[in-house]
Write a protein that binds this ligand. Sequence first.
Ligand code: C2E
Ligand code: CA
Ligand code: CA
Length: 283
Amino acid sequence: AKSDGKGRWALFDPDRNATEVAQFHLSAKMPAALERDEFYVDYQPLIGLRDFNVVGVEALVRWAHPELGRLGPDRFIGLAEETGLIVSLGRWVLRKACLQAKQWQDEFGAAAPFVSVNLAVRQSRDPNLVSDVAEILAETGLAPSRLQLELTESAIMGTADEPLDALRALSRMGVRIAIDDFGTGYSNLAYLRHLPVHELKIAGSFMEGLRDAERADPVDARIVGTLVDLAHALGLTVTAEGVETQAQARRMADIGCETGQGYLFARPGSPEEITTFITDHLD
Ligand code: C2E
Ligand code: CA
Ligand code: CA
């Protein structure tokens, strides 16, 4: 509702109402879309900043909507979280990504990248998470060390112990755990050392100030340097997200960041495109 300026509230805002109706239709259509295989997964390489090989690939879900065309995850992941469909959609993405990573494992052997899959908050609290992951790894034949799960700070920190127990169990299985968008959420830095985490992904927003080498923002540069040092002190590897310029890649490499991800190296692409990209970047 919107104020009409006279201290009263209008019954509805026609624009907002239209969006809400559209969103409602989208969330109502999602379960059938999952059945009909309308979702698909693109992959974006994580690049070693020293030798430019493909260390990993992040799985990013999309929806080929029959009327609206290709929809990015920002259009539907939030809705799927609200309805709870994220748990089955997330499991579908995980299986799809592990199947694909198994193909790369067979094709590239030791040089095969790990696949990094996003976990929604609701999935991290799902009591079946550990058994689902174990089952999918067994079924696909993917080595546990070739799977990484990305969770945001809010999914990992605070609240109950169960999600942490789940992460510990996954970590013992050999699965890698990464903190996604690091630096944007509420970070309890002291807490980090007790978490079964292997990698920090520094949010792309920190790359803004490092866009040009000559005009680097000193505060952003200091923050990023501190985050990398902190991660290393905790024995974690670091990926810089949203790397779009050479200056950003060079700066991150200089401060010891292991991997970079962003349009500078590659946009998210189909399995075929990424297979070609991996082949072109073998030593
Ligand atoms: P994210 O996990 O931070 O993923 C990275 C996003 O940044 C992707 O957007 C990617 O295309 C985009 N990106 C990559 N390089 C660059 C760059 O150089 N510059 C800029 N400006 N952007 C870049 P995308 O694919 O639209 O995904 C958006 C978000 O949706 C993801 O953010 C993630 O939070 C969520 N998401 C995607 N797939 C899944 C999934 O399977 N499950 C869950 N729970 N969330 C997902
Ligand atoms: Ca991510
Ligand atoms: Ca991210």
